[in-house]
Write a new protein. Structure first.
Length: 394
């Protein structure tokens, strides 16, 4: 509590506004999985094509990361967030009027672009405005991202049932963008605008440690995007209703929220994050094994393990990247690079899993593949010794 009291009231208002903004960064993707069978009943979609609804926005997020910071430096951080929320809101509400797979995919890509602008900016903003509380604030920020996914996954099927329309179940989340936009504009008057700083970040493309961090983030996020896209359809195929499958995904994302809050706070006790990272990866592996070997027994345990692992891994991957550099702008440039490459890697996972499902008739081989990827990531973690950070990135 002392840490919270040490933050000024305008800064607390800014943090609250950041959390509302972050709620908008996943509903456009998270609402699709639980409604997929209803969407496929209206629009011709193979599993491979349906995977594009998660893959393309994630790929867009990756590509847009590389110029997202440039946009915020040109028009200012406040206007960048306003522009991003408008893009996300328009893309989401447009789903009320969609009649084809192409239109649905275009709306997903547009939302992904808006999401990327915010995600490129926020680590810089948090490291510069909350320099003494970076881990905790990043934990809150990422937790809010996952909270948005939990809300959308849980309630999209209920909205569809109440309204009789999957389009409303997808489009209603534009209301979150409107609320965030109002609060963000209100806090602008309370928070002094920091002068723009000339950037000479240099390129991280030639730095091997930057690539290691990017691949680590990408592989970890691949488990998140794959589960987001296919967990609900996996259980619908097992005989569950869309509503119950959506609630299961909502439970998993609620566990992500819990882990996203607790893990950075626990990890903040030491600059060496390796033990925490290994525990998180082991939880994910156990969750995937349970999903394959015993999906209909202990059905809450496996999503719980996956959620706790994935929910902690996402913020910790960004925190480890931020740990490498003290300067907020340089650290922001590194996290933008890490997320850019990482989301390009992660975006492929729903497509690969969809292709596996189309070819082999089951998602289980996709879960096995991701289990192997987590084992590889444990080996990568061993290289994240904070005593050697300075010699890897200057």
């Amino acid at each position: 509590m002392e840490n919270v009291r040490a933050i000024s009231r305008p800064a607390l208002w800014l943090m609250f506004s950041i959390l509302l903004v972050a709620l908008n960064l996943r509903p456009s993707m998270a609402a699709v999985g639980p409604l997929l069978s209803a969407i496929r009943g209206d629009i011709a979609l193979s599993f491979s094509l349906a995977s594009l609804l998660t893959m393309l926005p994630v790929m867009t997020m990756g590509l847009a990361m590389f110029f997202g910071l440039g946009v915020s430096q040109r028009i200012g951080e406040q206007r960048t967030v306003v522009l991003s929320l408008l893009i996300i809101g328009v893309a989401t509400v447009s789903r009320l009027f969609l009649d084809s797979a192409a239109e649905l995919i275009i709306s997903a890509v547009l939302a992904g672009f808006g999401i990327a602008l915010i995600q490129a900016l926020m680590p810089v903003l948090i490291k510069s405005r909350f320099s003494d509380h970076v881990s905790v604030c990043m934990g809150f920020y990422v937790t809010s991202i996952m909270g948005g996914a939990a809300i959308a996954a849980s309630f999209a099927p209920l909205v569809m049932i109440r309204t009789g329309s999957w389009r409303v179940g997808l489009a209603i989340w534009a209301a979150l963008a409107l609320v965030a936009l109002l609060f963000w504009c209100m806090q602008r008057e309370r928070m002094p605008v920091q002068p723009a700083q000339a950037q000479r970040n240099g390129s991280f493309f030639g730095n091997s440690r930057a690539w290691l961090l990017a691949i680590f983030f990408g592989l970890g996020t691949a488990s998140y995007t794959c589960v987001l896209a296919w967990l609900a359809p996996y259980y619908v195929e097992k005989g569950w209703s869309e509503q119950n499958a959506g609630l299961l995904l909502g439970f998993l994302t609620a566990m992500e929220v819990l882990s996203g809050l607790l893990t950075p706070a626990i990890a903040n006790r030491s600059r060496d994050r390796r033990v925490v990272l290994v525990v998180l990866l082991a939880l994910i592996m156990a969750g995937f094994c349970g999903l394959i070997l015993s999906p209909q027994h202990l059905t809450l345990l496996w999503p719980c393990l996956l959620g706790l692992g994935i929910g902690g891994l996402f913020p910790m991957s960004l925190i480890v990247s931020l740990d490498h550099l003290d300067n907020p702008q340089r650290a922001g440039g590194l996290t933008a690079f890490v997320q850019g490459i990482g989301y390009l890697i992660a975006g492929l996972s729903p497509l690969i899993a969809g292709l596996i499902r189309d070819q082999l008739g089951s998602f289980e081989w996709a879960w096995w593949s991701l289990t192997g990827v987590m084992a590889l990531m444990i080996l990568m973690v061993l290289r994240f010794d904070p005593r050697h950070y300075a010699q890897h990135i200057h």
